[in-house]
Design a protein around this ligand. Structure first.
Ligand SMILES: Cc1cc2nc3c(=O)[nH]c(=O)nc-3n(C[C@H](O)[C@H](O)[C@H](O)COP(=O)(O)OP(=O)(O)OC[C@H]3O[C@@H](n4cnc5c(N)ncnc54)[C@H](O)[C@@H]3O)c2cc1C
Ligand SMILES: NC(=O)c1ccc[n+]([C@@H]2O[C@H](COP(=O)([O-])OP(=O)(O)OC[C@H]3O[C@@H](n4cnc5c(N)ncnc54)[C@H](OP(=O)(O)O)[C@@H]3O)[C@@H](O)[C@H]2O)c1
Length: 274
C-alpha cells in the first residue's frame, strides 16, 4: 500500500519579536526601537528589514501592515535597532510609536536592499548624505569597524529641519572621538540656524540654515566638510527624502557621479524612503 504524502505546511516568512527598549528623540515625531534579534537573522550594513504590525483587533496575532525599515544596529549586535519618523496620518508609524517594552511585532526573515558598501569599488572617501531618518542606513555602517578600514575618510552629513531632529548626535560625537581624523560629522538644518556646540567640525560659517542641494551647488558642502568631492576618489550615498535624492543625484551627475550598472561598480548609491 502506498502511503499518502505528509501534508506540508509552508514555513512562515516572518518571526515574532519583542520590543526591548524605546527612545523618543522628538515627541510625536522621531523615535527608535530596540527588538530581540532572531537566531540566523543576518544583514549587511545599509540593508533594510520589513517590520509587521497587527492593526486588526480581530486578529491580533496576524500582521497585516508591513513597512521597510533600515537596520540601525551593528551587523553583529545582539539586538536589532530601528529609527522611525511618525507620519501623523500614516497606517504604520503611529501604531509603531505606541509600542511599549514587552510588546510584540513581526520581522520578515529576509533582508533587502543594495545601499551597501558592496555597491562601490574601493575609494578614498565615503560620503554618507542623508535627510531625516535616512540616517538609519548609515548608522549600521558607522557602527561597523570594517567601514573605517576601507576608507581614508568617512563623512556623514545629516540634513534635518530643526536642531532637535539631529537624532543620534551624541553617538555620532562618540564615534568622532573613536575615529578621530577619519570620521567627519556635518549636521545641517533647513529651518533654523545651528549652534557651534553641535559638532567640533562646525565653523561659524557652517551654522546658517541650508538644504544639502544648495550647499552642494555652491561648493559650501565641501568647504564645511573640508574635503573635495571628486568622482575618482569619493564614493557617495544618498538616503531619505526622494526629492532630495533626485535633486542631489542630478547635481552629482554633473560632477561625474553615477550609480553602478550591470555588475560595474559606480561611485554613487541611493535609496528613497518613500
Ligand atoms: C527601503 C526603505 C527603508 C526605509 N527605512 C526607514 C527607516 O529606517 N525609518 C523610517 O522612519 N522610515 C523608513 N522607511 C519608510 C517606512 O517604510 C514608512 O513609509 C514610514 O515609517 C511611514 O509609514 P506610514 O504607514 O506611517 O506612512 P506611509 O503611508 O508609508 O507614508 C506616508 C507619507 O509619509 C511620508 N514619509 C514616509 N516615510 C517617511 C520618513 N521616513 N521620513 C519622513 N517622511 C516620511 C511620505 O510623504 C509618505 O508619502 C523606509 C522606506 C523604504 C522604502
Ligand atoms: N514637521 C513636524 O512638525 C512634524 C511632526 C510630526 C510628524 N511629521 C512628519 O514628518 C515627516 C517629515 O519628516 P522630516 O522632516 O524628517 O523629513 P523631510 O520632509 O524629508 O525633511 C528632511 C529634510 O530634507 C530637506 N529636503 C526636502 N526636500 C529636499 C530637496 N529636494 N533637496 C534637499 N533637501 C530637501 C528638508 O528641507 P526643507 O525644510 O527645506 O523642506 C529637511 O531639512 C512628514 O511626513 C510629517 O508627516 C512632521
Amino acid at each position: 500500500m502506498t502511503q499518502a504524502p505528509a501534508a506540508t505546511v509552508a514555513p512562515a516568512r516572518y518571526t515574532k519579536q519583542t520590543v526591548l527598549n524605546q527612545t523618543v528623540w522628538v515627541k510625536d515625531k522621531l523615535f527608535s526601537l530596540t527588538l530581540t534579534r532572531p537566531p540566523g537573522f543576518s544583514f549587511i550594513p545599509g540593508q533594510f528589514a520589513r517590520l509587521g504590525l497587527s492593526t486588526d483587533h480581530a486578529s491580533p496575532d496576524v500582521p497585516n501592515e508591513w513597512r521597510a525599515y533600515s537596520m540601525v544596529s551593528a551587523p553583529e549586535a545582539n539586538e536589532l535597532e530601528f529609527f522611525s519618523v511618525v507620519v501623523p496620518d500614516g497606517q504604520f508609524s503611529p501604531p509603531l510609536a505606541r509600542l511599549r517594552v514587552g510588546d510584540a511585532l513581526w520581522l520578515n526573515k529576509n533582508v533587502f536592499g543594495f545601499l551597501t558598501l558592496e555597491a562601490f569599488a574601493d575609494g578614498q572617501d565615503l560620503w554618507l548624505l542623508a535627510t531625516g531618518t535616512g540616517l538609519s542606513a548609515y548608522l549600521s555602517m558607522l557602527r561597523d569597524p570594517a567601514t573605517f578600514k576601507r576608507f581614508k575618510h568617512v563623512i556623514v552629513v545629516h540634513g534635518v529641519r530643526h536642531v532637535s531632529e539631529l537624532a543620534y548626535r551624541d553617538q555620532l560625537l562618540s564615534l568622532l572621538d573613536r575615529h578621530a581624523g577619519k570620521l567627519r560629522y556635518l549636521p545641517v538644518t533647513t529651518q533654523e540656524a545651528l549652534t557651534q556646540d553641535l559638532s567640533p567640525t562646525l565653523s561659524a560659517r557652517a551654522l546658517a540654515p541650508a538644504r544639502l542641494t544648495t550647499l552642494l551647488s555652491s561648493g559650501e558642502l565641501e568647504q564645511r566638510v573640508g574635503l573635495p568631492l571628486d568622482p575618482l576618489g569619493s564614493r557617495v550615498m544618498l538616503c531619505g527624502n526622494p526629492a532630495m535624492v533626485t535633486d542631489m543625484r542630478a547635481l552629482l551627475a554633473q560632477r561625474g557621479f553615477a550609480a553602478g550598472r550591470r555588475g560595474v561598480a559606480g561611485n554613487l548609491a541611493v535609496e528613497n524612503y518613500w
